[in-house]
Design a protein around this ligand. Structure first.
Ligand SMILES: Nc1ncnc2c1ncn2[C@@H]1O[C@H](COP(=O)(O)OP(=O)(O)O)[C@@H](O)[C@H]1O
Ligand SMILES: [Mg+2]
Length: 419
């Protein structure tokens, strides 16, 4: 089978790595890919949101399955365009991907089907949001969200009325609808489920680290590291979410005539009164995927085919024992203005660790930085503590000027594992 992976980050390198292991994978194409994916298959210089270009590549190379990484490709309607030419795609249609691309639509769906989520109001513009707050205590509505895709820059949890009103002005100026939401508190986790339109099979729970600096300080990023599973989260709780959260959403989407095939990713918060859904995404997470796929004991291509053919079974998704932990190495200046062109020195041998490339490029013989999140270094081991040790030992052996990384990835899980 010929497979095309769409995207160019660490997530796509991990997807290509796992798909390459399938005995059924013949030709593996990655568009546009990165120097890491080029070692596993053939990179094709077409952007992830160039729908016409990607369809042409898929047709020319007789691709049997397209696997979509980034949300931009979903919103551009890549899955829809592939369907019209009869090419199978792991990744939802534009309509099903609204669960991620419109937070207003997503919140309304959650409310309709009874998914636990923070109380909210939606507004067509900033003026309406300001007007609403005139008769409401701002503290109870201090989470503001932009309706559309914003690459992690569309949410502010305001600490003062001034900050809230300033965020309303700034988000309002985009012309997009807004949401004001009640603030919740508790530990966050990512639970991704593979979906065949009807059935959802959750992966292991994972945890991302969104802030740039240790102790969850500093600016928001695309994610500075992730690990799985989470020793602090009860397995039976995770199991119960299949019926409480994922399947009701799949039923609602199918009832609208837009079934979701691909990944449904729930951003969850464990609040004192129970699990709440902060948001849904319609794709694999980056960097969660780099920690999850090494733990998957199974043939990812077979699993994805089962999803697109509507025959997914829970027993297809098995896991190796132990834990995996990924540390993101980011470029100087990330997230504001990542510097490009710094030479990267990789260790000659990675031992039993893994290095997934993201913002990298080839310059002559060598590798240089070419984006914000340069690499994800993953350690896998029987315990989370050993996985962290391995990941950090390997991360120390990667050198480039201005390298940024957090030193506390996995901290919440490690605290529990030690007790
Ligand atoms: N209701 C809420 N209460 C407290 N924090 C929230 C709430 N909603 C979102 N957040 C915080 O903001 C982050 C981003 O929100 P999210 O809805 O996941 O949007 P996105 O990932 O699209 O930026 C969350 O990871 C969480 O830390
Ligand atoms: Mg999120």
């Amino acid at each position: 089978m010929n497979v095309l992976v769409v995207g160019s980050g660490g997530r796509e390198h991990a997807l290509a790595w796992k798909l390459r292991q399938s005995p059924r994978t013949d030709k593996l194409l990655i568009a546009p890919g990165n120097p890491g994916t080029a070692t596993l298959g053939q990179n094709v210089a077409v952007a992830a949101d160039d729908v016409g270009g990607l369809v042409a590549v898929a047709q020319e190379a007789r691709v049997d399955l397209v696997v979509i990484g980034p949300e931009a490709a979903l919103e551009a309607g890549l899955a829809d365009a592939l369907a019209t030419v009869g090419i199978r795609c792991f990744g939802p249609t534009k309509a099903a991907a609204r669960i991620e691309s419109s937070k207003v639509w997503s919140k309304q769906l959650m409310q309709r089907v009874g998914i636990p989520t923070a109380r909210f109001r939606s507004f067509g513009d900033g003026a309406a949001a300001h007007a609403f707050l005139r008769s409401e205590p701002w503290e109870q509505w201090r989470v503001i969200k932009l309706d559309g895709l914003a690459a992690g820059k569309g949410v502010v949890v305001a600490q003062s009325a001034e900050e809230l009103h300033a965020a309303i002005d700034s988000f309002g100026s985009t012309g997009m609808p807004l949401i004001l939401e009640e603030p919740l508190s508790g530990e966050e986790l990512s639970l991704l489920a593979l979906c065949d339109g009807v059935k959802a099979v959750p992966l292991l729970p994972a945890q991302d680290h969104k802030r740039l600096l240790d102790g969850d300080q500093g600016p928001n990023t695309g994610g500075m590291g992730a690990y799985a599973p989470l020793p602090q989260v009860d397995e039976t709780l995770v199991g119960s979410l299949q019926g409480r959260i994922f399947e009701p959403v799949l039923r609602a989407l199918a009832a609208e005539g837009t079934p979701l095939v691909g990944v449904l990713y729930a951003g969850l918060m464990l609040t004192p009164t129970g699990v709440q859904v902060l948001e849904f995404n319609a794709r694999f997470g980056d960097p969660e995927t780099q920690a999850l796929l090494p733990l998957l004991d199974g043939d990812l291509l077979e699993i994805m085919l089962a999803c697109v053919e509507g025959r997914l079974q829970a027993d297809m998704v098995r896991w190796y024992a132990g834990a995996a932990l990924g540390v993101v190495l980011a470029a100087a200046g990330y997230p504001e203005a990542p510097r490009k062109g710094d030479r990267i020195d990789l260790p000659a041998a990675v031992g039993d660790g893994l290095i997934f490339q993201g913002g990298t490029a080839l310059a002559g013989e060598g590798l240089v930085t070419a984006g914000g999140r340069v690499l994800t270094v993953v350690g896998q081991a029987p315990t989370l503590a050993e996985a962290a040790e391995r990941a950090y030992a390997l991360a120390q052996q990667v050198a480039f000027a201005g390298k940024q990384m957090r030193s506390d990835i996995g901290q919440r899980g490690l605290t529990v594992e030690h007790h």
